[in-house]
Design a protein around this ligand. Structure first.
Ligand code: AHR
Length: 502
């Protein structure tokens, strides 16, 4: 009797575990995953622009080639906080005659303005991506903002459009994505949401749509879980000419004053970082719910134009330059966050990882003329298949990753179907010591061929260095096997897998 009860108990546990590991993917396609969710951010900060994209008097083509491979769809510039101290006229015309200013936001260093409007737009054209410019509300005027737009986008003749021609650019650039300030609650002017909403109305009134250049205005949005900001701004601004409202959320393994090292951390800080990263789900859901009140048809986008892990700066570097290394942990954070964005694609239409090269969660690190690809780079390479594909609804009761008395879902996932009918499933196992099996019923999914790529490494602290640049990189994945009508995926600990089903 006793052994019979034991058997029944075991069977029940097995059934629960099997149900728990079962991933169901709808066969009906949802909204399109905007390619701009895979966007990036590059600020005039530390060594992102200077040394990163720009050396001496030219754009670094090694960096451009690497970024082209991952199909960067959109690049945000010149800030960040720097946007609200930036005056575009300081950085046009002959480079040796440009103003020398002080970057009072980031380290009080001299800014020679050799990289300005023309250089940024040339960079975007080399990358084949859309520019997203953040305009200055904090120390600028509506006139300055409206003049910049005329310089950028007016095809006819005016003093400003002709100045653009004199500076070497005949055709207007037709810049479309336009931020009206940045973090206006903080470094962008310490405004209340009510005051900012008034400023937004005023500035946006003078942001004109020149022929052929329809603006997509993006209001400066909330700091992480400041839902009041979103509520007031959505209520007070005119939504008809607003394309999006932004939101910034950074993953932290500790308090701001002690965020922890990017390379030297144990499972305690690893777990904290993962928990902080997973909060993006709640934060995006709650902002979206507020937006639904004012915009039930979801015409206004939630633009997460700054995200990523923020750690202490690398020892020996200028702390104001925010230079940090990038480990397998950070790649898991990237994969998890992108899964969250894919699953919220009805509202999240753009996101920009902070910040492309040499700053925060960078894709690329440079040292003189050398460059390396970080683990995070490989995630964007693997996930690019989701760009513009149709989201598929996933249902997954994930097993737990338990640390001490706390637990978070160990595996997260998103899926999409591309225009050729191929289905891509991206899975992240954040459990650093347990493998996890995921079972995918294949009904309604293509299954003639299954291929995959994986990113993992022996330790979650593993990084790429200039001495060992290929320690962490993606490889072919052989852990997905068809078994009857199911696909059985064996996810190693701390791994990211992207499968292609055709
Ligand atoms: O990305 C670094 C900084 O973080 C940005 O300048 C600012 O917008 C945010 O606080």
């Amino acid at each position: 009797m006793k052994s019979c009860l034991l058997l029944t108990g075991l069977l029940a546990v097995c059934t629960i575990l099997q149900a728990q590991n079962k991933l169901s993917i709808s066969d009906t396609s949802g909204p399109q995953i905007s390619r701009n969710i895979y966007g990036h951010f590059s600020e005039d900060l530390g060594r992102c622009i200077y040394d990163g994209f720009w050396t001496g008097d030219k754009i670094r083509m090694d960096v451009v080639e690497a970024l082209k491979k991952i199909k960067v769809p959109v690049l945000r510039w010149p800030g960040g906080c720097y946007a609200d101290q930036y005056h575009w006229r300081d950085a046009i015309g002959p480079r040796d005659q440009r103003k020398r200013t002080v970057n009072t936001t980031w380290g009080m260093v001299t800014e020679d303005n050799s990289f300005g409007t023309h250089e940024f737009l040339e960079l975007c054209s080399l990358l084949g991506c859309e520019p997203y410019i953040a305009g200055n509300v904090g120390t600028g005027t509506p006139e300055e903002m409206s003049n910049w737009l005329e310089y950028l986008n007016f095809n006819g003749h005016s003093t400003l459009a002709d100045l653009r021609r004199q500076n070497g650019r005949e055709q207007p650039w037709n810049v479309s994505f336009w931020g009206v300030g940045n973090e206006s609650w903080g470094c962008g002017g310490s405004m209340t949401p009510e005051f900012y909403a008034g400023q937004y109305r005023r500035y946006s009134e003078f942001c004109k749509n020149y022929p052929g250049a329809h603006l997509k205005l993006i209001a400066s949005g909330a700091n992480s879980d400041d839902y009041h900001w979103t509520d007031v701004v959505m209520k007070d601004i005119s939504l008809w000419n607003t394309w999006g409202i932004s939101m910034h959320y950074y993953t932290l393994a500790g308090p701001w004053e002690n965020k922890g090292s990017a390379t030297k951390f144990g499972e305690d800080l690893y777990f904290k970082a993962m928990k902080s990263c997973l909060r993006m789900e709640e934060i995006v859901s709650k902002h979206s719910a507020i937006m639904d009140k004012y915009d039930p048809k979801k015409k206004v986008a939630l633009v997460v134009d700054e995200w990523g892990i923020w750690t202490d700066a690398e020892p020996g570097t200028n702390p104001a330059f925010l230079y940090q290394q990038n480990s397998l942990r950070d790649a898991l954070i990237a994969g998890t966050t992108l899964n969250i964005f894919n699953n919220h694609t009805d509202r999240v239409k753009m996101a920009n990882l902070a910040q492309t090269v040499n700053v925060l969660q960078a894709l690329i690190l440079t040292e003189k003329d050398k460059m390396l690809l970080t683990p995070t780079y490989y995630v964007f390479d693997m996930y690019k298949v989701h760009q513009d594909a149709r989201a598929l609804v996933v249902k997954f009761d994930a097993p737990n990753y338990t640390y001490g008395s706390d637990a978070v879902p160990a595996v997260n996932v998103s899926a999409s179907r591309d225009s050729a009918g191929a289905v891509h499933i991206s899975l992240v196992n954040i459990d650093p010591s347990k493998k996890n099996t995921v079972r995918v019923p294949l009904q309604g999914l293509p299954s003639k061929s299954v291929q995959g790529q994986i990113l993992t490494s022996a330790k979650f602290t593993d990084i790429n260095t200039f001495d060992q640049p290929d320690k962490v990189h993606s490889t072919a994945f052989a852990g997905a096997k068809k078994s009857g009508n199911e696909l059985v995926v064996e996810m190693p600990p701390a791994s990211i897998v992207v499968l292609e089903l055709k």
